[in-house]
Ligand binder design. Structure first.
Ligand SMILES: Nc1nc2c(ncn2[C@@H]2O[C@H](COP(=O)(O)OP(=O)(O)OP(=O)(O)O)[C@@H](O)[C@H]2O)c(=O)[nH]1
Ligand SMILES: [Mg+2]
Length: 643
């Protein structure tokens, strides 16, 4: 056969395309394409409707019987995902349409889980970019589109939620084009297929003038515009592990896309690990995705997304390859962490009462196990043997890890999140900067601008969007710690705030942290209503009467600067009975109940959050009152001496 030196594409009458790769090799070296399969990832900013659209895709692909009762957002199957209403982990599913298998990866839209998007894209040949028809592109839209462009993945744009009363689909499409061009996509981005959809109702249409009736236009667009996987026949097997899962019957599952070659049950393969080691294995069970299930298959080909069972010591990023050509694929490169927290054993006086796993070895095992599946996390030992440093993308990612661990029965203590700084080649201090987009009713914009100004934020733009204004800022990540609570108060809960990591820039100078101190318990005991009644005048309480407290535990927020030591266990002297009509009546405001994320926001650097399966408590690092006060005095003196 004639072998051209440059690659050419030829269309066959049956629609299959053959790409002939340049090569001097005289053997057959023809790239072929699998027209029976498409691999796509669905990417978007948080809440723009990815998982809801996948529900409708599954329904309309005929995977369920008529009238079958189905949950909403079926792929958000993890308990925390359902509670929080967000996707945390990317997940695979597959449908068949007109004889073609469409493998779909649903990804999370929250910036803290961006690492999941990066690994999901390693399985895809194209992306569906969803954009909310009212909100338009937001910071995470930019992040995911940038990742897709870097991988040269073709996109289908879905302007979603056009049923919203504040939808502005035409403007939003222009904003999407601007975004692609600003991120360096070529002008052919203007030719991307565009669909207007109401994902929740399962309808999509290529034109705004002709409302859709189903998702057929979306299925057809995927088959027409997303390139089928290309492969070279007779290459030895190779795949990179993009995800891990667990199944009670078959154990650990390694999920990934076959990069080249084919694999059959019984094949001998090699696991090539990140540390350079290798281990021979046999393929004992092989699955492919179908709807919400995995079906057993006997063989799979290049381009298929598969699950391999029974490989215990596997990590995300490892390569599994044929022993004939055991070559490692470059692991998925994910962006660097920007925050760190200390994780340590719980040493409070109430430690060990509620958890199953409470020791340092258990904590170490659990943290290192997390690394297998969590690509954007790092863990470091510290100079203290029972303290670990966990590095990640943001406070929500940290909170999800902590919450998952406490549900598994772990007890631990964690520090305030700390922002990770860098130094450039000249030794200049750099800090992570976040791109912040805020939508607020105009009357609150002044407050927000002022508050972010104090946090060293720089305003980039301010534009009216519908009935609100959209203000964009660049703000040091440090400045955003604890900002969300203040933002909600400033905007009476009507503001919406989004941010993503924008890059490292020169350090912008000091930012004043929390101005209010803590109310700290003086002794161990049981909190009394009598004592709390007088303490509540000093601030806001986190505890109710009858709760156990200990010396050094933070029981509330002081209304003033600095900490205040209080005694929540004081009881009324019997001789000191009041004789007024309100005798014995204690008026207590309900305690402030905080979520794990709010506790993390509240923490000061001399405090820890104690986490058990049943309780969250803030405590001073140094519990003993006298010792703590002496320590504070010493460090104040040291700071003054330096100044
Ligand atoms: N009005 C309207 N709301 C929708 C539509 N599709 C989804 N929603 C709502 O949007 C919210 C978010 O939907 P999800 O499907 O969880 O969004 P997501 O993009 O998967 O979110 P993350 O995975 O957390 O990034 C839910 O409250 C949905 O009910 C739509 O077509 N129209
Ligand atoms: Mg989702």
């Amino acid at each position: 056969m004639h072998q051209p030196l440059v690659s050419t594409q030829r269309s066959h009458s049956d629609g299959a395309t053959i790409v002939i790769a340049p090569s001097f090799d005289v053997r057959v070296n023809i790239m072929q394409q699998r027209t029976d399969i498409r691999n796509i990832a669905i990417i978007a900013h948080v809440d723009h409707g990815k998982t809801t659209l996948v529900d409708q895709i599954l329904r309309q692909a005929g995977l369920f019987r008529d009238g079958q009762v189905l949950a909403e957002r079926m792929l958000d199957s993890n308990a925390l995902e359902r509670e929080k209403g967000i996707t945390i982990m990317a997940k695979n599913t597959a449908v068949r349409w007109k004889g073609v298998t469409i493998n779909i990866v649903d990804t999370p839209g929250h910036a803290d889980f961006g690492g999941e998007v990066e690994r999901a894209l390693s399985m895809a040949d194209g992306v569906l970019v969803l954009v909310d028809a009212a909100e338009g592109p937001l910071p995470q839209t930019k992040f995911v589109v940038r990742k897709a462009i870097e991988r040269a993945l073709p996109a289908i744009v879905v302007i979603n939620k056009i049923d919203r009363s504040d939808a502005r689909p035409r403007e939003v499409l222009d904003e999407v084009y601007e975004l692609f061009l600003a991120l360096g996509a070529g002008l052919d981005a203007l030719d991307m297929p565009v669909l207007y959809a109401v994902g929740r109702d399962g309808i999509a249409s290529p034109s705004l003038d002709q409302p859709g009736t189903n998702l057929v236009p979306l299925f057809d667009a995927i088959i027409e515009h997303i390139p089928p996987p290309a492969y070279q026949p007779d290459e030895p097997f190779q795949m990179i592990v993009a995800a891990l899962d667990w199944n009670d019957y078959v154990g650990r599952l390694a999920i990934g896309r076959i990069h080249r070659g084919r694999v059959c049950l019984g094949d001998e393969v090699v696991l090539l690990s990140g540390d350079g080691s290798s281990q021979p294995l046999r393929i004992t069970k092989l699955f492919m995705f179908q709807g919400l299930d995995r079906i057993e298959v006997e063989h799979a080909e290049s381009g298929d997304i598969i699950c391999l069972a029974g490989i215990e010591q596997v990590h995300i990023g490892d390569t599994i390859a044929s022993p004939v050509k055991p070559e490692r694929l470059p692991p998925v490169v994910v962006e660097e962490p920007t925050v760190a927290m200390q994780f340590m054993v719980n040493t409070s006086p109430l430690a060990g009462k509620e958890g199953k796993f409470v020791t340092t070895p258990k904590l170490r095992d659990r943290l290192w196990r997390e690394l297998r599946t969590n690509v954007s996390l790092r863990i470091e030992e510290t100079d203290q043997p029972d303290v670990f440093r966990v590095l990640g993308r943001g406070e929500l990612q940290m909170a999800v890890l902590i919450e998952t661990m406490r549900r598994e029965g772990y007890e631990l203590a964690v520090s305030q999140p700390e922002i990770l700084f860098h130094r450039d080649a000249e030794g200049k201090l750099l800090e992570p900067i976040e791109h912040v987009v805020i939508d607020v009713p105009a009357e609150y914009s002044g407050n927000v601008i002022e508050s972010l100004g104090r946090r060293r934020g720089e305003m980039l733009s301010m534009l009216p969007v519908g009935s609100t204004v959209r203000i964009e800022f660049s703000v040091p990540a440090r400045g955003l710690l604890g900002f969300r609570t203040e933002f909600m108060t400033l905007t009476r809960g009507e503001g919406v705030l989004h941010h993503t990591f924008a890059g490292y820039e020169a350090y912008r100078g000091d930012i004043a942290r929390r101005t209010r101190g803590s109310l700290v318990a003086l002794e161990d005991g049981i909190a009394t209503a009598y004592a709390l009644e007088s303490i509540q005048e000093r601030g806001v309480l986190f505890i109710a009467p009858g709760e156990r407290v200990y010396e050094g535990m933070v029981i509330g927020e002081n209304a003033r600067e600095g900490d205040l030591v209080v005694n929540p266990c004081k009881t009324k002297h019997l001789t000191n009975m009041r004789s007024s009509g309100s005798e014995g009546l204690v008026r207590l405001a309900p305690p402030r109940l905080m979520t794990l994320e709010q506790y993390l926001e509240f923490l000061n650097d001399d405090e820890l959050l104690e986490v058990t399966p049943l309780s969250l408590r803030i405590r001073k690092r140094i519990l003993n009152t006298n010792e703590r006060l002496r320590h504070e005095k010493r460090s104040r003196a040291a700071t003054e001496a330096v100044a």
